[in-house]
Write a protein that binds this ligand. Structure first.
Ligand SMILES: Cc1cc2nc3c(=O)[nH]c(=O)nc-3n(C[C@H](O)[C@H](O)[C@H](O)COP(=O)(O)OP(=O)(O)OC[C@H]3O[C@@H](n4cnc5c(N)ncnc54)[C@H](O)[C@@H]3O)c2cc1C
Length: 384
């Protein structure tokens, strides 16, 4: 690990180290040289998809259907390294894994699994996850998208907003109410009545593809419903997969900012001295290293619990809440120490800082993670 103050490297297996190092090289060689342009252009670099698939990062923890079958800590380390590059790359992967491959593998029929999983794992098909709506974000139980049975089809109507991978996706998992109960539906690109439109003018996660999904009398065959997903619990189980990836990814973004600013402050001279020699600057560097180290320890233990099948959703929420807030704080401190240079894309920090504003909000906002923890502690729900 590049930032590894407590020698956590020693606690990793050889395979975990190898996966971390391989993804790290991929980010250095293939992501960092192009990511600033992608961020400025506001486009996801789709040319990376075959490489990400070849690295075994899609369906990474699955052992069937061509998945690499890696353990939870290896998966977390991979997400950390991807987000050290950019949130968009980690997001692409964690949506494809936790929000598309996972629900099909967990709730899908044999036919759905046989048809979609190999394609999604090989990167030949991209998926997206449509839960959020323009009027319903933190409270998805109130979603308005409807499915109605009509002969041997379902007819879907509604709008989804803020959907990662929306316009590059071949498949959307759309969560809609059928007879008042939330169910998951597989909607293929090109289905009449279905369209995806990119959300423009984002100032965060710019290299990520984010869009709206429109369903207008969209007719799909009845075998496109996920048979095992019934009620809000199903999409929330998917979101927990995403939160796990974010908990690790945020650490990667923080590590990138920290490394950049340590180098910068050692070289930047003011008042005839490197700015790194000033106590106020050193205090910030010490705070950054401390918080990153604590978050790394949290991730490692979270990974062990997940691997042992013992992790509770609230434990994932604690890590998502802490690590994203930590990374945002680290990015802001690094931005400050970079001075005016910190506001340009010549340095990575501002890109991470802006991206982290999205990560703070998505897959359950900081407030929502707080309420999940509050409920876990007290047994009392404060959601309503
Ligand atoms: C870049 C990006 C990508 C995304 N990708 C996806 C995706 O792939 N699929 C998908 O379905 N969604 C996606 N989302 C949507 C994301 O999950 C929602 O934005 C998030 O759940 C918050 O919903 P909202 O934006 O509607 O905010 P709101 O729910 O309207 O919240 C507004 C504010 O009110 C606060 N608030 C709400 N309720 C409470 C409460 N009970 N107590 C205290 N505070 C509260 C919130 O914390 C927030 O600060 C994405 C979002 C972004 C920004």
């Amino acid at each position: 690990m590049s930032v590894d103050f407590y020698y956590l490297e020693e606690l990793l297996t050889e395979e975990q180290r190898l996966i971390r190092t391989t993804v790290r090289h991929f980010v250095d060689e293939d992501v960092l040289p192009i990511i600033t342009d992608a961020f400025e252009a506001g486009c996801f670099p789709t040319e990376l998809i075959p490489k990400i698939a070849k690295l075994g990062l899609l369906g990474a923890t699955l052992t069937e259907y061509g998945g690499a079958g890696i353990d939870s800590i290896s998966y977390g380390l991979a997400m950390q390294e991807l987000e050290r590059g950019d949130t968009a790359i980690r997001s692409f992967c964690s949506v494809q894994n936790g929000l598309v491959i996972y629900p099909i593998a967990t709730f899908g029929s044999k036919e759905q699994k046989d048809y979609w999983l190999p394609k999604l794992i090989r990167g030949e098909a991209v998926g997206c996850f449509g839960l959020t709506e323009p009027e319903h974000g933190s409270d998805p139980s109130a979603l308005k998208t409807r499915a109605e049975r009509d002969g041997d089809s379902f007819v879907l109507n509604g709008t989804k907003a803020w959907i990662t991978n929306a316009t590059i996706a071949d498949l959307a998992i759309v969560w809609a109410k059928l007879d008042g109960v939330i169910r998951g539906f597989l909607v293929e690109k090109g289905t009449p009545g279905f369209s995806a439109v990119k959300i423009e003018h984002k100032m965060s996660a710019r290299a990520s593809d984010t869009g709206e999904l429109y369903l207008h009398n969209c007719r799909i065959p009845q075998e496109n419903m996920l048979p095992g997903a019934e009620g809000l619990k199903a999409p929330l189980m998917c979101i927990n997969q995403g939160r796990y990836a974010i908990a690790w990814g945020a650490v990667g973004a923080a590590m990138a900012c920290y490394e950049e600013v340590v180098e910068y402050t050692k070289q930047r001279v003011q008042f005839d001295k490197p700015v790194a020699s000033f106590q106020l600057v050193q205090e910030k560097l010490a705070d950054m290293l401390t918080e990153i180290t604590k978050a790394q320890l949290l991730c490692l233990r979270l990974g062990q619990l997940r691997e042992a099948g013992r992790v509770k959703p609230a434990q994932i929420s604690l890590a998502k809440r802490n690590n994203v807030a930590m990374a945002l704080q680290v990015a802001r401190m690094a931005r400050e120490l970079l001075g005016a240079n910190g506001i340009t894309l010549d340095y990575h920090t501002i890109r991470h800082m802006l991206n982290l504003e999205s990560v703070y909000t998505l897959e359950g906002t900081h407030h929502i993670q707080t309420l999940i923890l509050g409920q876990e502690i007290t047994g009392i729900s404060a959601f309503k």
